[in-house]
Write a protein that binds this ligand. Structure first.
Ligand code: COA
Length: 337
C-alpha cells in the first residue's frame, strides 16, 4: 500500500501582530449602579472596574472582529490573502449556525481561508493561539488569524447584581505565523466539568421558546455566574496553571517581562500575582479598569494595550493565562511581536 505524504510545517510559530477594537461607547459605573442598587465605590473595590465599553448597534461581532483583525494584519505586515485559517473565539455570536468566522474571513479578503468558531468562553483566545501554533507547525496553515470577540452587553442582564458591572464588549486579534525561533510556548490547558454550572447561559433555547402548551419566557437567556465560587477557583488554581506554563516553556519567573491574565477581576489578577510570587519587574496587564471583562477578547485587548502604551516591548516574554465558563482554562508563554 502506498504511504501518505506527511504534512510538514514551520519549525516554530510566533505571534506576528496584535490588534484590537474598543467599542466607541464608554460606560462609567455611574450608568450601571441604579439598576443593581450598587455604587461606583463598591464596583471599584470588588472588581477594579472604573468603566467599560458597550458596542453601538453598528459595532457587531463581525464589524469589531474585522477592525481588530485589520490592525493585527497591518502590524504583522501580512495581507489578508496570506491568511489560511481564521479561528474566532466567542460566546456572543448569536446565530447557532453558521459560525461567524467565514463571514469575517470573506470581509477581510482572505482567499477562501478555512474559518470556524470555537467556544471556550474567556479561555477561547488562548485556546485559539494554541491551535494556531500547532496548525502552523504541522503545516495545515502558514498564517492563522486568531480572534477573540464579544458583545456581552447583548447577553448580560442589566439588573443582575453579580454580572451587570463585570461584562463588556470588544475584540482582539493576533496573526500566528512561522518563525525562526520559538515564539509560542507549549499550552497548558484543561477543563473542570464538575463546575459546569458556575458560569452559564441561564436557560436552554428550547426553554426560552417553550411549547404551545407551556410557552417559555421568550426573553434573551442571559449569563449567570456564581461569582464567589468562580473567584475562589480562579484565585487558587490559575496561579498553578500559569506556573506550569512557565515550567513547560523552560523559563523561570525571573525570565518573565509581562503577565497578561484574563481580565476577569482586578482582585483575581492580584491574587494570582501574589500566589505566583511575581517579581516586581514583571509588568501586569490591568486593562479591566477601563474595559471590564470582555471574555474571549480580554487577553488580546489587554496585550494590545500594553504594546500600544510601551509596557510590552517587541521580544519581551509574556505569560498569557485565561479561564472561564466550562470551566475551561489555557495558558502559554509568548514572545511579544
Ligand atoms: C462578582 C464578585 C465581584 C462579587 O464579589 P463578592 O465579594 O464575591 O460579593 P458577594 O457576592 O460575596 O457579596 C458580598 C456583599 O456585597 C453585596 N453585593 C453583591 N453584589 C453587589 C453589587 N453589585 N453591588 C453592591 N453590593 C453587592 C452582597 O449583597 C453582599 O452583601 P452582604 O455582605 O451584606 O451579604 C466576585 O465574586 C467576582 O469577581 N467573582 C469572579 C468573577 C469573574 O471572574 N467572572 C468571570 C470569570 S470568566
Amino acid at each position: 500500500m502506498a504511504a501518505l505524504l506527511p504534512s510538514t510545517g514551520a519549525a516554530h510559530a510566533a505571534l506576528l501582530g496584535v490588534g484590537a477594537h474598543r467599542p466607541s461607547r464608554v460606560v462609567p459605573n455611574s450608568e450601571i449602579v441604579d439598576a443593581i442598587d450598587s455604587s461606583d465605590e463598591w464596583i471599584q473595590q470588588r472588581s477594579g472596574i472604573k468603566e467599560r465599553r458597550f458596542a453601538e448597534d453598528h459595532e457587531t461581532v463581525q464589524m469589531m472582529s474585522v477592525a481588530a483583525s485589520r490592525a493585527a494584519l497591518e502590524r504583522a505586515g501580512i495581507e489578508a490573502a496570506q491568511i489560511d485559517c481564521v479561528v474566532v473565539a466567542t460566546v456572543s455570536h448569536l446565530l447557532q449556525t453558521p459560525a461567524i468566522a467565514p463571514a469575517i474571513a470573506s470581509e477581510l479578503g482572505t482567499d477562501h481561508a478555512a474559518a470556524f468558531d470555537i467556544s471556550a468562553a474567556c479561555a477561547g483566545f488562548c485556546h485559539g493561539v494554541a491551535l494556531g501554533s500547532d496548525l502552523v507547525r504541522a503545516g495545515s496553515a502558514t498564517h492563522v488569524l486568531v480572534i477573540g470577540v464579544e458583545r456581552l452587553s447583548d447577553i448580560t442582564d442589566s439588573h443582575d447584581r453579580g454580572t451587570a458591572f463585570i461584562f463588556a464588549d470588544g475584540a482582539g486579534a493576533a496573526v500566528v505565523g512561522p518563525s525562526d525561533t520559538p515564539g509560542i510556548g507549549p499550552v497548558v490547558w484543561g477543563s473542570d466539568g464538575e463546575q459546569y454550572d458556575l458560569i452559564r447561559q441561564r436557560e436552554d433555547w428550547r426553554d426560552v421558546v417553550g411549547t404551545p402548551e407551556a410557552p417559555g419566557s421568550g426573553l434573551m437567556p442571559h449569563l449567570s455566574m456564581q461569582g464567589n465560587q468562580v473567584f475562589r477557583w480562579a484565585a487558587f488554581e490559575m496561579g498553578k496553571i500559569a506556573q506550569e506554563a512557565l515550567d513547560r516553556a523552560g523559563l523561570s519567573i525571573d525570565d518573565l517581562d509581562v503577565f497578561v491574565p484574563h481580565q476577569a477581576n482586578m482582585r483575581i489578577i492580584d491574587a494570582m500575582a501574589r500566589s505566583m510570587k511575581l517579581p516586581s519587574h514583571v509588568r501586569i496587564a490591568r486593562d479591566i479598569a477601563e474595559s471590564g471583562n470582555t471574555s474571549a477578547a480580554s487577553v488580546p485587548m489587554a496585550l494590545e494595550r500594553m504594546i500600544a502604551e510601551g509596557e510590552a516591548r517587541s521580544g519581551d516574554t509574556a505569560l498569557l493565562v485565561a479561564f472561564g465558563a466550562g470551566l475551561a482554562y489555557a495558558a502559554q508563554v509568548v514572545v511579544v511581536p
